[in-house]
Ligand binder design. Structure first.
Ligand SMILES: O=P(O)(O)OC[C@H]1O[C@](O)(CO)[C@@H](O)[C@@H]1O
Length: 241
């Protein structure tokens, strides 16, 4: 039993240290290659009606659990990937919700001329805008549990992260953001707040799963070209002081 999912959980996909070899701050970090790092529960639904609705909308609701740890001084993180463009030529976005713990979402555009850090706690949402790759870091001492809604119409592109040994920055124990030398021209990190878009019900008081059954709230995931004003507003949403 857990507090974040009322249904049964299928067998998770597991990412191991071996899967992460090319993207760690310390490429020689010696740890058992088969050690599991995080767990991804895919295509979740609380009822058959919900499952059918998600399939009709070409969406997947997934939960990822990232237990806390450091790897040679670097906080545990996801591997990192970009999403490809949809048939209209706009990258598929994604929406996350933190369910437990704390997540640091490190976003970057393709040439890392824009690098964004969004820190989120339970209930807060993080929108990955079109064209931005993303890594999620667990900087805490507890499990980070997060859900996402994303289009099922594409596969993630890992190559840019692997080719450059990870994202433009590594978050080290204590919180230091260390620049990855493979990105000599990367911008300094901008800190933005989690997203609140009330017209799409992307708010702290609405659990992400509650968007199941609300087509107008999730249309942006497959048709981002119709929502460009929302993405533009997002990248100017600073952390409140
Ligand atoms: O595929 P990566 O980079 O390991 O990241 C895993 C994360 O990405 C997703 O697959 C969706 O973008 C999530 O379900 C998961 O949390």
């Amino acid at each position: 039993m857990n507090g974040y999912w009322k249904g049964t959980l299928p067998e998770p996909q597991v990412r191991t240290i071996g899967d992460m070899r090319g993207v760690l701050a310390d490429p020689d970090c010696a740890a058992a290659a088969d050690q599991p790092l995080y767990f991804m529960y895919r295509h979740l639904a609380l009822s058959e009606d919900d499952r059918r609705w998600l399939e009709e909308q070409h969406l997947s609701y997934d939960i990822t659990v990232i237990p806390p740890q450091t790897l040679c001084g670097e906080y545990v993180k996801t591997k990192g990937h970009y999403h490809i463009e949809n048939p209209e030529g706009v990258g598929y976005p994604e929406i996350y919700e933190v369910l437990e713990g704390e997540g640091h979402y490190l976003l970057q555009n393709h040439d890392a001329s824009d690098v964004i850090m969004i820190r989120a706690v339970a209930g807060q949402k993080v929108l990955i805008p079109p064209g931005y790759g993303h890594v999620t870091i667990n900087p805490g001492k507890e499990d980070l549990v997060m859900s996402n809604l994303v289009s099922t119409e594409f596969s993630s592109d890992y190559a840019p992260y692997v080719e450059k040994s990870g994202a433009a920055y590594y978050e080290m124990e204590g919180g230091a953001l260390v620049k990855n030398p493979a990105y000599p021209h990367a911008s300094p990190v901008r800190h933005l707040a989690p997203v609140e878009v009330s017209e799409l019900d992307l708010t702290r008081r609405t659990p992400l799963y509650d968007l199941v059954g609300r087509p107008a709230s999730v249309a942006f995931l497959n048709h981002p070209e119709q929502f460009m004003q929302i993405f533009a507003g997002l990248t100017e949403y600073p952390v409140p002081r």
